[in-house]
Write a protein that binds this ligand. Structure first.
Ligand SMILES: Nc1ncnc2c1ncn2[C@@H]1O[C@H](COP(=O)(O)OP(=O)(O)O)[C@@H](O)[C@H]1O
Ligand SMILES: [Mg+2]
Length: 426
């Protein structure tokens, strides 16, 4: 079959033509809906019979503001891919920190960037690189990482992203030698990630992310989170279909059981993976760890039965939190994780529902039960004691009813101190 190559003019027409109309409520006249931009699918570019080639990308993705970099520009940005600039390495290849100067090209402001280079001998390849450009080039949201541009030169394929200074949630949650993430930060991250997934699922043309895991959740300096790595993302089912059937890809410990068994992929597969990350946030434990005792190696198998029984929750919640969490919040989140991890996809909540529940547990500060630091009084503290007693009286009120007053209970949650966040901000 002859493959007809489309021109950029015809493509823009495909993208912008809308036959839909509606009736104006004021004039009663029929009006055409404003030009709607139809998202380009991965299959439009990646399939062998595709009408659009990679060389057409700058035109096909017109309006996405993606920059096409040369390899020598990226060498300059990363100091020739210096080892000291290496941020990490995943299935796609190494990721380097770089800096774009304002004079590099018009319209591109000076900023730090992360440059990801495809490892030509690695597990992933051209299709994943393309998926990243097709999805992230067209989808913009505060909780999706921003793709700044890409490079395609001979066999070299690279991607340039905004730089997220705190790296991945995986690094932050499981790192050994620094303070633990406070409860409020964990809940903030969970909510942000849920919003990112809900945006993908609720798009006009839904997207299944397929690789939701803590290493793909990146964090900025204020712990705002952004989903990265769209290499495995898929367009959701269309035309009334309930699922798409595809090769099983993803990460062990995060992929939904029915997807692994049947290859049937739905948005509910992402909800399951989200449940796994929520469990990681609750427990501070990795989804899979063969160093743990055998019945605890799979986090879901071990923890899910405990989530239903709120009396056994203390066995699940991360001990590194030292009791500095909201009991009511933890119960809600445990129930939510339990539902997300249901073996029946139809019983899992939608990501929109997950956002609602997580929105309701932000800022809970009901019952911290963490350790107290007792300061031995000295002689000079006598006058302070008087002031402290007065403050106690002020806080509890004259009518004797107890009101919460943080300043009257000096608590120093070590983890929070290490992260420079006071319990008052929780
Ligand atoms: N935009 C970014 N900003 C800062 N660090 C990043 C960025 N993208 C990736 N990284 C770092 O590079 C590491 C490797 O990323 P990646 O290739 O996505 O592999 P993986 O997801 O398997 O960790 C991440 O864990 C993260 O620490
Ligand atoms: Mg990643």
């Amino acid at each position: 079959m002859a493959v007809k190559k489309v021109t950029w003019k015809s493509l823009i027409l495909i993208c912008c033509t809308s036959k839909e109309s509606s009736v104006d409520s004021v004039t009663g006249k029929k009006v055409l809906k404003p030009c709607q931009f139809q998202r380009l699918s991965l299959s439009d570019v990646a399939d062998p019979s595709s009408r659009i080639g990679v060389d057409d990308l700058p035109v096909s993705l017109i309006g996405s503001n993606l920059h096409v970099f040369t390899l020598s520009e990226l060498r300059l940005i990363t100091h020739n891919f210096a080892r000291c600039n290496l941020l990490g390495e995943g299935g796609f290849g190494p990721v380097y920190k770089g800096f774009v100067h304002d004079k590099l090209r018009p319209g591109l402001e000076a900023q730090p960037v992360a440059v990801k280079a495809l490892d030509l001998n690695g597990l992933q390849g051209h299709r994943e690189w393309l998926a990243e450009i097709i999805f992230l080039g067209q989808l913009r949201h505060p909780h999706l990482v921003k793709l700044i541009g890409y490079c395609y030169e001979n066999e070299n394929r690279l991607l340039v992203y905004e730089y997220l200074p705190r790296g991945s949630l995986e690094n932050q949650l499981f790192r050994r030698y620094s303070g633990t993430l406070p409860w409020s930060t964990r809940m903030k991250i969970a909510l942000g990630a849920a919003k990112g997934l809900a945006f993908l699922h609720e798009a006009d043309k839904p997207v299944i992310y397929r690789d939701f895991k803590s290493s793909n959740v990146l964090l900025d300096s204020d712990y705002n989170c952004k989903l990265s790595d769209f290499g495995l993302a898929k367009d959701g089912p269309e035309g009334g279909e309930t699922h798409i059937t595809t090769r099983v890809m993803g990460t062990q410990g995060y992929a939904a059981p029915e997807y692994i068994m049947t290859g049937h992929l739905t948005v509910k597969s992402d909800v399951y993976s989200f449940g796994v990350v929520l469990l990681e946030l609750l427990t501070g434990k990795r989804s899979m760890d063969n160093i743990r005792p055998s019945r605890e190696q799979s986090l879901v198998e071990w923890a899910r039965p405990l989530l239903r029984d709120h009396k056994r929750l203390d066995r699940v919640i991360d001990s590194k939190l030292e009791g500095q969490f909201s009991n009511r919040g933890a119960q809600k989140v445990a129930t939510l994780a339990y539902k997300c991890l249901s073996h029946h996809p139809q019983l899992r909540p939608s990501m929109g529902d997950v956002v609602k529940v997580l929105g309701s547990v932000q800022g809970f500060d009901d019952e911290f039960v963490g350790p107290f630091v007792y300061v031995v009084p000295t002689e000079t503290d006598d006058s302070k004691e008087f002031l402290a007693k007065k403050e106690d009286r002020d806080c509890n009120g004259d009518n004797g009813l107890h009101r919460r007053c943080w300043r009257s209970r000096i608590k120093l949650p070590l983890a929070s101190v290490a992260n420079a966040e006071s319990p008052c901000s929780i």
